[in-house]
Design a protein around this ligand. Sequence first.
Ligand code: NAD
Length: 357
Amino acid sequence: MAATPETVRKLSALGAKLVVESGAGKGAGISDDDFQAAGAAIASADAAAGAQIVLGVQGPDPALLGGAAPGAWIVAGLDPFGQRARVDAYAAVGLEALAMEFMPRITRAQSMDILSSQANLSGYKAVLVAANLYGRAFPMMMTAAGTVSAAKAFIMGVGVAGLQAIATARRLGAQVSATDVRSATKEQIQSLGAKPIFVENVAGIEGEGAGGYATEMSSEYQKAQAELVSSHIAKQDIVITTALIPGRAAPRLISDAQIATMRPGSVIYDLAVAQGGNVEGSVADQVVERHGVKIVGYANTPALLPADASALFSRNLFNFLSAFWDKEQGRPVLDEEIGNAIRLTQGGQVVHERLKG
Ligand code: NAD
């Protein structure tokens, strides 16, 4: 959900008039009555009629936006590369599409960052889902009937989701190791009590690019990484993969041959499945079994925690709108740094550098 009663109240206090699509909050346990009590009107059809700003989790179907005001903002996770045709359609009808996932990683925008708020929940939930599908316990248990050994969990990609996955697996009692291409993560892994598994002594090893994101690695690095992963993964019970490279398909980290070396009953959770997948054979929104190993591929993991996902996402949108709210105009006005970073379309054109050419 892109709004909750809490953010409806706060946006109303700024002077906005809110209209919520009937039934929109159902999945997050929020009723139309809750929204109405917070001050929103409920629309059963044509919710965007007259709107100057349309808030969504994902980009709304352009066909539903015919009644929006000229130049209205579409503020959502727009998946600009995956949903390019939709972006073009927004431009064609003169809407101003603002992709919240392009929010720059700068201090003042941290509270507006939907990728971070959702990735944190994904990392947590991926471990819980994997633990549920695993036919054994996570912690070591010494019982009168004998000892249960601790599960070994390996986290690949230590950004926001990976850090939360490490912390969650540790809390459940697993023995945790983790890897990333950015060497800065080594210390973070250790500080969470997990073991770093890193490719060493390969040219071009520093995988950190603009904005703290990963870059695509050299073929020499990829080969060294595959060898390292092969020897490590055969001993793992749980693997959570989170590796992404902005604007590109997710890097392939685990091959079918590597899965075949794992113990049957092990579980892999591919958090990058929607971006092409880190794991060979992972399928969006399915749990598939290969060589006795379960591969989980839920494309929208935050949606498995709908109430928290909605609360955090809608606060990100509120923080964004309120930071730029212009009292005189009664609506937000963007500054250049953030405007240029997130604006995809304006004045009938696709204007974002990364989408042009
Ligand atoms: P992401 O979701 O883009 O990628 C997940 C992780 O996968 C990253 O750590 C990346 O380095 C790693 N990865 C990519 N290719 C890999 C490969 N081949 N093998 C192994 N790992 C690979 O990352 P993210 O969670 O968005 O975080 C990226 C960076 O941005 C981090 O440094 C994070 O701390 C930082 N960050 C800053 C802010 C802010 O300042 N506002 C907010 C969020 C994140």
